[in-house]
Design a protein around this ligand. Sequence first.
Ligand code: NAP
Length: 360
Amino acid sequence: MNKKYNVGIIGCTGMVGQRFMLLLENHPWFHVTALAASGRSAGKPYHEAIQGRWFMPEAVPAAMNDMKIYDAEKDIDEIVSKVDFVFCAVNMGKDEIKKLETAYAKAECPVVSNNSAFRGTDDVPMIIPEINADHTDVIEAQRKRLGTKRGFISVKCNCSLQSYVPALHPLMDLGVTKALACTYQAISGAGKTFETYPEIVDNVIPFIGGEEEKSEQEPLKIWGKVVDGKIVNATSPNITAQCFRVPVADGHMAAVFMSLENKISKEEIIERWKNFKGPAQELELPSAPKNFLHYFEEENRPQTRLDRNLENGMAVSIGRLRADSQYDYKFVCMAHNTLRGAAGGAVLMAELLCKKGFFD
Ligand SMILES: NC(=O)c1ccc[n+]([C@@H]2O[C@H](COP(=O)([O-])OP(=O)(O)OC[C@H]3O[C@@H](n4cnc5c(N)ncnc54)[C@H](OP(=O)(O)O)[C@@H]3O)[C@@H](O)[C@H]2O)c1
C-alpha cells in the first residue's frame, strides 16, 4: 500500500488506548495524527495526561509523547479534519458511546470500535478477519441508514470469546451443536493492574458484569449471514458460559466442552486447527499472525504467561484436546485480551477495511 492513512485514537489514555499507541507507532499503513480522551485529559500533552498510569512495559512512543489530547466529545470537528478514521475504546455509558460513535460516523469519519454499544445492531459488522470478513457487506446499508457517504461504525467482539470462537470455527461445518465455556479472565480486561486492583491478589472473582451474556450471544452474530443489508444471527451452537476474573495481568484462558453432529477424530481436529487460514492470512494483512491457531502437544500448555504473546499476541493457543464423558470433546484455549482481544484485533479489522477500500 503506497498511501498512509491518518488515524485518531479516542480513549488514548486507557488500557486499550495505550495498546493502540504502541501498535500504531510503526504501522506500515496507519499514522496517528490525533489523540482524544475525556475532558479530564483534554488540553494536556500525552505524557502529562498519563503520568502515573502508563501500564505498558514499553515506553510511550516518542512521536506521541508531546501530542496534545483533544476532548473526544467537544472537538469532533477538529479531530475529524485530521484523520481518515478513528479507533475508539472509551469507558462511558452505553448511550453515551452510541451518541459519540454515531457523531463521528455522521461527520463522515469511519469508527473502528472496541466498545460494546453497537455490537447488537444488525447493520454494524463485528468482524474477526479470519472468520467473517464478508460481514463488511452490511456497511453500505449502514451508511444508507446514517445518511453518510464514508462514515460508518464497525466493532470488535468481546475479548472473552476471542479464544474459543476461533477454535470452534474450523469445526463449524461438522455441526457444532453445543459448547460450554468457562473463562479465566485477566485483570487488564477490566482496565486494571495489580497496583490498581489489590483485591484480586490471591483471589478469584466469579462474576464479570454482562460478560456471560456477551460470551454466549456474540458468537452467533459472528457466525451469522448477511441477508438484505443485515446480519442474521446463526441459531447454533447453543453456548453456555461462566466468566471468572483471575489474578493474571494479561491473557484470557477458556476451558471448553463441545459436541459435534458429525464426529471426527482428535487427530483430524488438530489437523484442522493447524491448517486453518482465513482472509487475514490470504490478504497478508500486516498484523495477521502466520498461524492463527497454535496447538500445543504439551499437557500443561497453553499457559497465560508463557503463551499470550505468541505471534505478537495475535495468535490463539489451544491445548489438551481429549474426549469427554458428557460432551464429545474438551480442550483449553487462550488469547491475549488487550492485543488479539482488543486493540490488536481492532487494528487487524482496520487493515481488512482499509484493504477493501472502506477508508478511501
Ligand atoms: N481492556 C480490555 O481488555 C478490553 C477488551 C475489549 C474491549 N474493551 C473495551 O474498550 C473500552 C475501553 O476499555 P479500557 O480497558 O481501555 O478502559 P480504561 O482503561 O478505563 O480507559 C478508558 C478511556 O476512556 C476515556 N474516557 C472516559 N470517559 C470519557 C469521556 N466522557 N469522553 C471521552 N473519553 C472518555 C478515558 O479518558 P480519561 O483518561 O481522560 O479519563 C480513557 O482514555 C471499554 O468499552 C471496554 O469495554 C476493553
